[in-house]
Ligand binder design. Structure first.
Ligand code: NAD
Length: 388
């Protein structure tokens, strides 16, 4: 079980771009990075509004001089300091990820960026190449992948408990945008604006998460896909508030993914079901401490986090015994823990350690963007099957 004796020689000096007052996801980054005391928030450019960003940083207890007006000043001025930041998290709307990530890498920082990583695959590739050339961590915040029961699911698939994987069904379909709330919600409004959101709305905002879970659990690679998308609230066009994707994987397995923000009455409904020749597993993000395990011909089992019968009880993912409910912040903290270990290994040029560390990396971010490009290509041709 994880205990707080594990620590780095000194916490990683860490900054943030975005995630300012009123943002949806800024607090989740700060709370999760702080959990194991591996990161110390020391600087930031938290807001598009420079004065509000500075005030916010000061309210977080930062030195006001290290609360910058924009990311360019943050990177340039921190680079001049002996105690400047070593890593940065980018929690700004999608259109800015590429430019800010590139500037951060060029400034010699390790980067943790929000999803979807970029608008195009070419941009994502450029970031991947730059991170490699500079020997920096580049992680993408596919936060759900930090839930321990997904690591159990991955181990079960790896060990063949399901048999040959035949079908994967995925969905992330909430109902919060069943009405045009973007008229009053800035956070919803930018998500439906292609200039800020990118070429997709629900596919990028929601679907990339579940698509990544499929990759992480099964390792399946897409051969062809077919995507249908539409906006039930007409003013959201050309971006979709609902989409269905069908997959043919290279192994012969098949799958589907439903992404929606107009699933009226639903809270999240992010689910992934992996069906093999012997058994199936199913995980639902609203009950993340459990994993359904169904062996053909036997009663269904509900596996619980933290129990000795699990295959996967690694130290990073074990914070409290079974029966105690863990949630979103622990999942994110599990990822930030890994990011810290990886940053430390990068700084020490410890390739052997890096080889043992799993985390959602820039390749995972790029795969998500590539998937989005293929979905748009298919949908724009009237739901044509396209080669991946
Ligand atoms: P938001 O609109 O609620 O907040 C964005 C914040 O970034 C605001 O504080 C804004 O002032 C600031 N900002 C914008 N441009 C900036 C710039 N150039 N420099 C500095 N600050 C800037 O957005 P959000 O919902 O928090 O989403 C931010 C990102 O996080 C998006 O890419 C989104 O897809 C992603 N997100 C991920 C998850 C997840 O589970 N991983 C959940 C929600 C959002």
């Amino acid at each position: 079980m994880f205990n707080e004796e594990s620590h780095l020689a000194a916490p990683i000096r860490w900054g943030m771009v975005g995630g300012g007052r009123g943002s949806e996801i800024g607090y989740a980054h700060r709370a999760s990075a702080a959990r194991d005391r591996f990161f110390a928030l020391t600087a930031g450019a938290f807001d598009l509004d420079a004065a509000r960003g500075r005030e916010f940083g000061r309210d977080l207890g930062l030195d006001p001089e290290r609360c910058y007006a924009d990311y360019q000043s943050l990177f340039a001025q921190e680079a001049q300091r002996d105690d400047g930041i070593q890593a940065v998290s980018i929690a700004t709307p999608n259109s800015t990820h590429y430019a800010i990530s590139k500037a951060a890498l060029e400034a010699g920082l390790h980067v943790i960026c929000e999803k979807p990583l970029t608008f195009t695959c070419a941009e994502a590739q450029e970031l991947a190449d730059l991170a490699k050339a500079r020997h920096k961590l580049f992680a993408v915040m596919y936060g759900y992948s930090g839930f321990p029961m997904l690591h159990q699911a991955r181990a079960m698939i790896e060990q063949g408990l399901l048999g040959d994987i035949r079908i994967v069904t995925m969905q992330f379909a909430h109902g919060f945008h069943s009405a045009p709330i973007e008229e009053h919600s800035p956070g919803a409004k930018w998500r439906m604006n292609p200039a800020i959101s990118g070429p997709t709305y629900v596919l990028g905002d929601l679907g990339t998460h579940t698509y990544y879970l499929m990759e992480m659990l099964t390792g399946l690679e897409v051969d062809e896909l077919c995507c249908m998308r539409q906006s039930f609230i007409q003013s959201r066009a050309p971006l979709e508030d609902n989409a269905h994707v069908m997959f043919k994987f290279k192994t012969g397995a098949v799958g589907t993914l439903w992404a929606s923000s107009v699933n009226a009455g639903s809270m999240h409904q992010q689910k992934i079901r992996v069906i093999g020749s012997k058994a199936s597993i199913e995980w639902w993000d609203e009950h993340p401490n459990q994993l359904r395990y169904e062996i053909q011909g036997q009663p269904a089992q509900l596996l619980d986090r933290g129990m000795p019968y699990l295959l996967k009880n690694d130290a990073i993912c074990s914070r409290i015994g079974g029966g105690h409910a863990e949630g979103f912040f622990e999942a994110w903290a599990n990822l930030y823990h890994r990011f810290a270990m990886a940053i430390d290994a990068f700084e020490r040029a410890d390739q052997a350690m890096l080889d043992t560390l799993w985390y959602p990396d820039v390749q995972a971010g790029m795969n998500g963007v590539r998937w989005l490009e293929a979905c748009v290509e298919s949908a724009d041709q009237g739901a044509k099957w396209v080669k991946f």
